[in-house]
Design a protein around this ligand. Structure first.
Ligand code: KG4
Ligand code: ZN
Length: 366
């Protein structure tokens, strides 16, 4: 096999839908296949065991957030070293929680990207070693694809076609998923991702890293009274959050100490939530989607969840949002996506490399 190539039972492109559907009818997803997921793309060391892509058996996440807090962001070298220390204990704990041994694992799913190169390499090396030692397939899963599949764990009857809005620290993307094994980028942030904006505003307000959950906590005591701008980018499914972040910075500078931080947090959060919800409703109408999956770290935010829920209800769109612990980075979502990719015949060789800017097409679902 040439280096870096993935082999699948089908060629590139989105032609796996009918087979997947037929497989589903034949009950392929009820045959007790246990997939081990490994996730180390940023600052969470995570392993999980998922059965048939829908049933979560064991899920362990060791967050490094505290380690990076004094630097105000993730330090790549520190992240890689901590992944090395934590991966095997996390693996043992996930297997114990699932009540299975390595001999029960039928495939190992891993994220080769996008993410931090050193961090990705640690998970990838472990996943390759496990796949080789167990003599089971190694299945590459794109990080964004994994975020979407978190929803399949909490909604066991969910099926494509669906539209996904993945809102994380690195992405704010609309992904159209007509069938398993197929995802098409329909819109994205042209500058900062929504999570990045949360983190930058958190820093401006003197909150610890990562800013998102702290901004949300602070916003609970505030009122959304400050009219921060909303970038609608009319006629597109794209986003922009850098103007909003700058508006917050300008507001804080102008008002020096004479502002209520809780009101700033609530007003910023309301602006993000309104744009995400409004554009999600518009995207569903433009693309004729009747199901929306909201995923990624920012989907853990209660105000964002509520705004999107309310707009989906008005628009008659079914909304699927994973529980908050499955919105932020975890390996259960990797194992879930890995199962469906494995079923579609996606495999990687032991020469699989990490790729910080990996595209969906390079892995298979694009
Ligand atoms: O998906 P994720 O865990 O990692 C990436 O793939 O980036 O997302 C992390 C992002 C961070 O920017 C973090 O601040 C944000 O998600 N986040 C939140 C919340 N929890 C995590 N943003 C707003 N409210 C939250 N509760
Ligand atoms: Zn993520």
């Amino acid at each position: 096999m040439p280096p870096g190539r993935f082999v699948g039972a089908r060629g590139p492109g989105c032609h796996g839908g009918l087979r997947a559907l037929a497989g589903h009818r034949e009950g392929w997803w009820m045959d007790g296949v246990k997939v081990l997921g490994v996730e180390t793309s940023c600052d969470e060391t995570a392993c999980a065991v998922v059965e048939d892509g829908r049933h979560l058996l064991g899920n362990v996440v060791a967050s490094q957030a505290k380690l990076h807090q004094r630097f105000g962001g993730v330090v790549p070298e520190i992240a890689s070293r901590r992944h090395l220390e934590m991966l095997l204990p996390v693996l043992d704990q996930a297997l114990a929680e699932a009540g299975v041994s390595l001999r029960d694992i039928e495939a190992v799913a891993v994220t080769p990207g996008p993410g931090l190169i050193g961090a990705l390499l640690v998970g990838l090396a472990a996943a390759k070693a496990l796949a080789w030692a167990l003599d089971v397939p190694l299945v590459p899963v794109h990080h964004l694809e994994a975020h979407v599949y978190a929803a399949f764990l909490d909604y066991p009857h969910l099926e494509p076609p669906l539209l996904a809005l993945v809102v994380s620290g690195g992405h704010t993307d609309f992904l159209w998923m007509p069938s398993h094994g197929c995802m098409e980028l329909k819109g994205r942030s042209l500058d900062d991702a929504a999570g990045e904006a949360f983190d930058k505003v958190g820093r401006l307000l003197g909150l610890p890293y990562p800013g998102g959950p702290h901004v949300e906590a602070l916003a609970r005591d505030g009122q959304p009274t400050i009219p921060f701008p909303r970038a609608w980018l009319e006629g597109t499914l794209d986003f922009s959050f850098s103007g909003l972040k700058t508006a917050v910075a300008v507001y804080l500078r102008r008002h020096q100490e004479a502002y209520r931080a809780a009101d700033v947090a609530a007003s910023f959060q309301a602006a993000v939530a309104e744009v995400l919800a409004g554009k999600a409703a518009r995207a569903c109408s433009t693309l004729g989607a009747t199901r929306l999956v909201l995923a990624g770290g920012v989907a853990a935010n209660a105000a964002v969840r509520e705004s999107v829920r309310s707009r989906c209800e008005e628009a008659g769109v079914e909304l699927y949002v994973p529980r908050p612990a499955l919105c932020t980075d975890n390996a259960a979502m990797v194992a879930a996506a890995g199962y469906f990719a494995w079923r579609e015949g996606r495999r990687a060789g032991l020469d699989l490399n990490a790729s910080p800017g990996l595209t969906l097409e390079a892995v298979g679902p694009g």
